[in-house]
Design a protein around this ligand. Structure first.
Ligand code: LMR
Length: 454
């Protein structure tokens, strides 16, 4: 027997003993062994924690401390070490840390997002965070890879990381839940099938949030079809205010701002008051009637109204699909940026006179909108109740928002809003079985598609 592999990081130190026939190992085999060494030894079906330090894995350091340092449970690797956050709070005036759960944490979007979160650029340089990462059995090893990269990044604000595959464990005490993971539509899969498969995931996650998350958790649903997934999630979480659920349409807003800036020959920071109405699908309505460029109505700056009505709208509706054709996969980096923007819009006060778009509950007066009367008098636009519909919002920076009332409509806008509303109502009928409304009846309009399905 000979010792051939000794991993460097103290938290992973493990000696692998091999017999002589295994001594001439290829580097592939060595890396296989390294990977095996990182794996938890046994993991029950619903394990959450992969704390990479376990007593039988740790090789005694040369100078043995008198007492084993205290380590936390529910943690990954270096994040199992205790730390004195109170001292940091006192000396650096840091806030109390927040728990952020992220599903689909081993995917491309998360790979961009998690590092933004950990760096402090989203919640602020004085806000320590704990990341609770949800993956699947299939992606568990990649999830460990993500956690290792987070360890190696030495972010001062990142205080805890845990990984797992059971939402009831990972969502424990979550104050933010960023629900990114969803099944992509496979070849030959009907949209009704996609709604059903993903709907089941979001129904389960809604139940888990309801059971174990903070009762005021803010939920941003990214996995498509995100509006209806958000509706399913909120309907399965009756103890959490419906207003706390968002479907991500910030990516569409950002895309719309960019295209208007391009057409007007200005930088995109000059575009404001950009609303995306409705569904994150190709019926979405980027509102150029209420948007502004340099504080002026878009139609006064861009005189080519035909472009606005015909080209601009379609460019935004189909941008995701064009991107898929170029990349061979869905947008990831810009989606992560837009999730960060969506959060920032809720945790910082909206600039005076401006607003942002988010897919939110359209049913403030419905009984499921738990704290409805407190936050608004209702959806002021006459949009059907009880769907998740993208609308203009403003925030005081406290994580909450209110709907903007001073918007105008014309026939063009109303006609398109009606179409995207009809699509969402059809999607809702299609998932009736997942929201406690009886038997599903799927009569989706033929052109109902995600931005990526062209
Ligand atoms: C996007 O808008 O980029 C995505 O939602 C597209 C998709 O269908 O994945």
């Amino acid at each position: 027997m000979a010792v051939v592999a000794e991993l460097s990081s103290s938290s992973y130190t493990k000696t692998t003993r091999l017999n002589s026939s295994q001594l001439s190992l290829s580097s592939n085999h060595l890396s296989y062994l390294r990977r095996r060494a990182f794996r938890p030894i046994t993991r029950p079906r619903n394990a959450t924690v992969s704390c990479s330090i376990t007593p039988n894995q740790v090789q005694a350091p040369i100078a043995v401390p008198a007492e084993e340092p205290k380590r936390k449970n529910d943690c990954y690797g270096v994040f199992c070490q205790t730390y004195d956050l109170k001292a940091e709070e006192e000396t650096k005036s840091w806030k109390k840390f927040i728990n952020i759960a992220v599903s689909g944490a081993a995917g491309m979007i998360s790979n961009h997002l998690l590092f933004k979160l950990a760096s402090g650029e989203v919640f602020g340089p004085d806000q320590p965070i704990a990341l609770k990462l949800l993956g699947s059995e299939r992606s568990f090893q990649a999830l460990e890879g993500v956690a290792m990269e987070l360890e190696d990044s030495l972010y001062p604000l990142l205080r805890e990381v845990s990984i797992g595959i059971d939402p009831y464990e990972v969502f424990q005490d979550a104050e933010w839940a960023l629900l990114i993971g969803a099944k992509p539509r496979g070849p030959g899969m009907e949209r009704a099938g996609l709604l059903d498969i993903n709907g089941q995931i979001f129904a389960e996650q809604g139940k888990a949030l309801n059971a174990v998350a903070s009762q005021n958790v803010k939920v941003i649903v990214v996995g498509n079809p995100c509006n209806t997934n958000a509706l399913i999630c909120l309907k399965n979480a009756p103890n959490i205010p419906a207003k706390n659920f968002h479907a991500l349409t910030r990516l569409d807003e950002n895309r719309a701002k960019c295209q208007l800036a391009l057409k007007a020959g200005v930088f995109y920071d000059k575009v404001s008051n950009m609303t995306i109405w409705g569904n994150h699908s190709i019926t979405q309505v980027p509102d150029f009637l209420n948007a502004r460029i340099n504080g002026l109505p878009v139609k006064e700056v861009i005189k080519d109204h035909k472009w606005l009505e015909e080209d601009f709208t379609e460019i935004i509706q189909k941008r995701g699909g064009v991107l898929i054709q170029k990349w061979g996969r869905s947008s990831a980096a810009s989606t992560a940026v837009s999730i960060a923007d969506a959060i920032k819009s809720l945790v910082t006060p909206t600039p005076e006179g401006d607003w942002f778009s988010s897919g939110v509950s359209s049913c403030p007066l419905n009984v499921i909108c738990y704290y409805s009367q407190v936050y608004t008098n209702g959806n002021p636009y006459g949009i059907a109740e009880d769907i998740v519909f993208s609308m203009p919002c403003r925030s005081k920076g406290d994580g909450d928002y209110e709907l903007v009332k001073d918007v105008i409509f014309d026939n063009y806008l109303l006609k398109r809003i009606t179409k995207t509303e009809a699509e969402l109502l059809a999607e809702k009928r299609c998932v009736a079985h997942l929201i406690g409304e009886g038997v599903a009846f799927c009569d989706l309009p033929e052109d109902t598609m995600l931005p990526g399905e062209m």
